[in-house]
Design a protein around this ligand. Structure first.
Ligand code: IMP
Ligand code: MG
Length: 179
């Protein structure tokens, strides 16, 4: 078994999620929102999304409608570049809704670009913001505006807290990398 180095502890993850939820709620209040519509990018962001929504629910005591829609994107290597494909669509009508996409990590930014096109052009959402637990700015190919960001990390492949390597390590309560 290879050794896993801790990059972000369980405590730090909790703190980050509290900070993100506070920012989302501050904006929601400022914009007089009555509902929050989240789009969770499976599988990686599932845990982060659940914990974030739990805190937001507790903080607002159910006064805000919190909706969540799951989406799944698969990527495969094409002849020239990595291709993205919708694996699980959103059936519900999102026309004219303001949505917040919840991602685990923004790497090249291509997944977010793909999602933006889908949500704005096909689902016809009114606006879209990005919440991401992690970001690797040094890897960016496509420019992405992250409205709610947990933490910037260096160019290492991270695992844990929903993030996997070949389907493994999602259940770790911290985020780390294999040495
Ligand atoms: P992007 O399209 O290059 O921004 O890649 C984003 C997706 O790649 C994320 O949603 C993750 O699923 C995956 N990914 C990128 N970096 C990592 C990592 O360090 N650990 C686990 N998954 C990653
Ligand atoms: Mg992801």
């Amino acid at each position: 078994m290879k050794k896993i180095e801790v990059l972000i502890s369980e405590e730090e993850i909790k703190k980050i999620i509290k900070e993100i939820s506070a920012k989302i709620l501050k904006d929601a209040e400022k914009n007089k929102c009555r509902e929050l519509n989240f789009i969770t990018v499976l599988e990686g962001a599932r845990r982060f999304s659940e914990d974030l929504r739990k805190i937001i629910f507790e903080e607002t005591k159910g006064k805000l409608n919190i909706n969540n829609y799951n989406i799944k994107i698969s990527s495969y290597q094409g002849t020239k570049s990595r291709k993205l494909k919708l694996e699980k669509e959103i059936k519900e009508n999102l026309k004219k809704k303001n949505v917040i996409v919840i991602e685990d990590i923004i790497d090249t930014g291509k997944t977010v670009l793909f999602l933006k096109n889908y949500l704005l052009k096909e689902k016809r959402v009114a606006s879209l913001k990005i919440a991401s637990l992690l970001s690797k700015p040094s890897r960016r190919i496509v420019d992405v505006k992250i409205s709610y960001l947990g933490k910037e990390i260096p160019d290492v492949f991270v695992i844990g807290y929903g993030l996997d390597k070949d389907g493994q390590f999602r259940d770790l309560n911290y985020i780390g990398f294999i040495k």
